[in-house]
Design a protein around this ligand. Structure first.
Ligand code: TMP
Length: 208
């Protein structure tokens, strides 16, 4: 049986990741492709508990290495329970964030050396990497303004300042330019219909 395709979706807060994940999911379903929809940090019972620790705004004492290791702890569980079994069975996996988020947030944002993240990536994933990564990109002030309109209380990451997200966005854009085969950059500052058109083009390329 052929391996399924592993697709990840990335972007800073407020770029419309949830809405657009659902759009990509529906587009794949319409093309007759069954997809496992999942997210990081999380995607398993244990991983969702780790997510709770990571996002809890009261965990202000969490140091950068703890944050990094918890991301990979959740990822190890997710790979073993969800991602690898699905891909092996030929199913496609659409994942809301993956290791590129670690490079962007813990690497770009927090300043942890990329080499250290790469060591954990190799340890946890071996050679497994996403086949395609959809980066929803928008200027930080656009994303932050959209995120501020949400009703829920801001989590530990959402409380970060603009300068943090400027570094995160730049890290994503750098990865995209270094991996042009894998990355599809979508201009998420446009109206939703335009974003959908861009995503449809990406989906059409993936299902060919
Ligand atoms: P979400 O709100 O988009 O689901 O993601 C939760 C937060 O976790 C988001 O602010 C980005 C952050 N994150 C990291 O910092 N590193 C990672 O590796 C992942 C997967 C997420």
């Amino acid at each position: 049986m052929n391996q399924g395709l592993f697709i990840t979706m990335e972007g800073i807060e407020g770029v419309g990741k949830s809405t657009n994940m659902e759009y990509v999911h529906q587009s794949l379903l319409a093309a007759g492709i069954k997809v496992v929809l999942t997210r990081e940090p999380g995607g398993t019972e244990l991983g969702e508990k780790i997510r709770g620790l990571l996002l809890d705004k009261d965990n202000q004492s969490m140091v950068e290495d703890t944050e990094l290791l918890l991301m990979f702890a959740a990822r190890a569980q997710h790979l073993a329970e969800v991602i690898k079994p699905a891909l092996t069975q030929g199913q496609w996996v659409l994942c809301d964030r993956f290791t590129d988020a670690t490079y962007a947030y813990q690497g770009g944002g927090r300043g942890i050396a990329y080499e250290r993240i790469a060591q954990l990536e190799q340890w946890t994933q071996g050679d497994l990497r996403p086949d395609a990564t959809l980066l929803l990109d928008a200027p930080v002030d656009v994303g932050m303004a959209r995120a501020a309109r949400r009703e829920q209380e801001a989590d530990r990451f959402e409380r970060e300042k603009q300068a943090f997200f400027v570094k995160v966005r730049q890290a994503y854009l750098d990865m995209a330019s270094q991996n042009p085969q894998r990355y599809c950059v979508v201009d998420a500052s446009q109206p939703l219909e335009q974003v959908n058109i861009q995503l449809s083009e990406v989906v059409n390329r993936l299902i060919k």
